[in-house]
Every structure is written in structure tokens, then in C-alpha cells.
Design a protein around this ligand. Structure first.
Ligand code: C2E
Ligand code: MG
Ligand code: MG
Ligand code: MG
Length: 290
């Protein structure tokens, strides 16, 4: 009967909740030792000039290979790290490892800028600025080599303190980008007060971009807005050539996406950079190498 059915499905739901909860608890426990166990690694995804195809930067993307559960997606473990306070440790690891890689590239004559994602909680932590400064120093890098990517919501969580911290990073030469632009609720007035240099249009508007569509209106007006505010603009999630051409026509400065390359291991990214010095956009996308 109906009541029994309801009871059963509710129990199923509870059971599902329990399982998710247990998975999360055990992931948080394991996350504490992931860095020292060498379970983290970075993948690097190129950002190229929309006009010339020249490699301008790489975005560092964190991967966690759990010894028992395999690869855990960042969208799952970053949220857990934020909720459990482990995010600062992770961010520290990413900044250190990324800067080390940048130094290697620079020694090899491969000069690119590295984009690093940080979360809202990092911005609220007192040690962030010092940590970035120390990482740059340790690897003999200029601040201009680093671009910190923050989401709109991270910026808006504490606009006053956020703006102050971002000013300190700017003073070191570090560039600042708003990530996933268009998915948050920031107002233009608020954005204008933030010392950012770059907008990254969220991939949800870019991946299936069709000329004349609603996405196109959003993307084109964002590019225009960026031009007016003197910001540089990156489209993420560029998966095909037609979209890439259209974005270039609209005046988008940089492209990032599977069309250009999937995120790559440090070794593959180094090869990619070597083979691409001065090249145009290559249309064969790489496999994301484990
Ligand atoms: P994000 O910063 O917006 O990074 C872009 C995401 O889009 C990456 O997913 C990338 O692999 C994916 N992507 C790039 N081009 C394409 C494309 O053409 N098509 C499609 N379908 N996807 C594309 P990923 O690596 O899974 O990372 C997801 C999110 O996890 C990131 O979004 C970022 O918010 C977060 N994340 C990753 N690494 C870190 C980190 O080191 N620290 C923090 N705080 N967050 C991180
Ligand atoms: Mg990002
Ligand atoms: Mg993004
Ligand atoms: Mg994203």
C-alpha cells in the first residue's frame, strides 16, 4: 500500500544520506594525510591568445588519487576541504607546487603565467598573503607570474576584507581573475571596486555557444563590458573551432578548453609548451593523461 511504499522510499533516502555522510566523513579523514602521502597532483591546462594562439598561461587544477577510491573529483573534495577547514593546507600545497613548476618552466625558457584557484575561505585566512609571498620568494618568481582565480561568491562573501587582501596581492604584482563569471550574483558596482584584471567567462555559457543564442548575448556583452572596464577576458570551456573563431571575432582575449588541450600532467604540459612556442591553435585535443 501507499503508506508502506512511502516508508520504504523514505528509508531508502535515509540510507542514501547515511552512505553519503559516511563517505564524506571518511574522505575528510583521508584528506588530512593526502598531501603527505603524495596523493595530490596538479594538472595544467593552457590558456592561449584568441588572436594568435600563442600560449600565455596555464591553469593549475588539483587532482586527488585516493588509494582505495581512486580519483575523487575536485568539485567533491574541495567542498569537503572547505567545510572541514583543510582547505588552507590544500591551497598552500597547490601554490607551492605550482610555483615550483613555474620556476622549472622559466629555467627552460618557457615563460607562462600560472592561474591558481583559491576559495573564499582562503581569503578570510590571515596567512594567505604571506604564504603567496614566501612561495614566490622561495622559487625566485615575480608576482606577475601568478594569477589568482576567485569566484564571484568568494569575492562577495566579505567585500571589504576581500578588497584589502586583493590590494596586497596586487601590490606584489600578482594578477587577479574572477572565475566562473556570470554564475554568481555580484553587481557591477561591487566588481568595479575589486582590483581585478581579468574575467573568466564560465564554461556553461561557452561550451555549446551558438551565434545569436541567449548564451551568445551573455558572452558578447561580458566581453564588451570587460573591454569598457579595461579588463582582459578569458573564455573557459572552448570545445570547438567555430566557437573559438566566434569568440575571437567578439574580441575575447584568451581561450581555454578541450579544443586547445585537456588538463595535462606537468611532463605533458612541458612538452606541449615546447612544441607550441610561436604556434597557432592546434585543433587536436589531448587526452587528460593520468
Ligand atoms: P574551474 O577553476 O572553473 O576550472 C575549470 C574546470 O573546467 C576544470 O575542471 C577543467 O578541467 C574544466 N574544463 C576546462 N575546459 C573544459 C572544456 O572545454 N570542456 C569541459 N567540459 N570542461 C572543461 P576540474 O579540473 O574538474 O575542476 C573543477 C573545479 O574545481 C574548478 O573549476 C575549481 O573551481 C575547482 N578546483 C580545481 N583545482 C582547485 C584548486 O587547486 N583549489 C581550489 N580551491 N579549487 C580547485
Ligand atoms: Mg579556475
Ligand atoms: Mg572557471
Ligand atoms: Mg568552474
Amino acid at each position: 500500500d501507499r503508506a508502506r511504499q512511502l516508508r520504504q522510499s523514505y528509508q531508502c533516502y535515509l540510507h542514501g544520506q547515511d552512505e553519503r555522510h559516511l563517505r564524506h566523513l571518511s574522505l575528510v579523514r583521508d584528506l588530512q594525510h593526502a598531501a603527505s602521502n603524495g596523493e595530490f597532483s596538479l594538472r595544467y591546462q593552457p590558456q592561449v591568445s584568441a588572436l594568435t594562439g600563442r600560449a600565455l598561461g596555464m591553469e593549475a587544477l588539483l587532482r586527488w588519487d585516493h588509494p582505495r577510491l581512486g580519483r575523487i573529483p575536485p568539485d567533491e573534495f574541495i567542498a569537503l576541504a572547505e567545510r572541514s577547514g583543510l582547505i588552507h593546507q590544500l591551497t598552500q600545497w597547490v601554490i607551492d607546487t605550482g610555483c615550483q613548476q613555474l620556476a622549472r618552466w622559466s629555467e627552460a625558457g618557457l615563460n607562462v603565467r600560472l592561474g591558481v584557484n583559491i576559495s573564499a575561505m582562503d581569503l578570510q585566512q590571515p596567512g594567505l598573503i604571506k604564504r603567496v609571498e614566501r612561495a614566490l620568494d622561495r622559487h625566485g618568481l615575480r608576482g606577475e607570474c601568478l594569477c589568482i582565480e576567485l569566484t564571484e561568491s568568494a569575492l562577495m562573501e566579505s567585500p571589504e576584507m576581500g578588497a584589502r587582501k586583493l590590494q596586497s596581492l596586487r601590490a606584489m604584482g600578482v594578477e587577479l581573475a574572477i572565475d566562473d563569471y556570470g554564475t554568481g550574483y555580484s553587481s557591477l558596482a561591487q566588481l568595479k571596486r575589486m582590483p581585478v584584471q581579468e574575467l573568466k567567462i564560465d564554461k556553461s555559457f561557452v561550451m555549446q555557444l551558438v551565434k545569436g543564442s541567449e548564451d551568445d548575448v551573455i558572452v558578447s556583452s561580458t566581453i564588451e563590458l570587460a573591454h569598457h572596464l579595461g579588463l582582459s577576458v578569458v573564455a573557459e570551456g572552448v570545445e570547438d573551432q567555430t566557437v573559438a573563431d566566434h569568440l575571437a571575432e567578439q574580441g575575447c582575449h584568451m581561450l581555454q578548453g578541450f579544443l586547445i588541450s585537456r588538463p595535462m600532467t606537468a611532463e605533458a604540459a612541458t612538452e606541449w609548451l615546447r612544441s607550441r612556442v610561436g604556434d597557432g591553435i592546434r585543433d587536436a585535443a589531448n587526452e587528460e593523461l593520468r
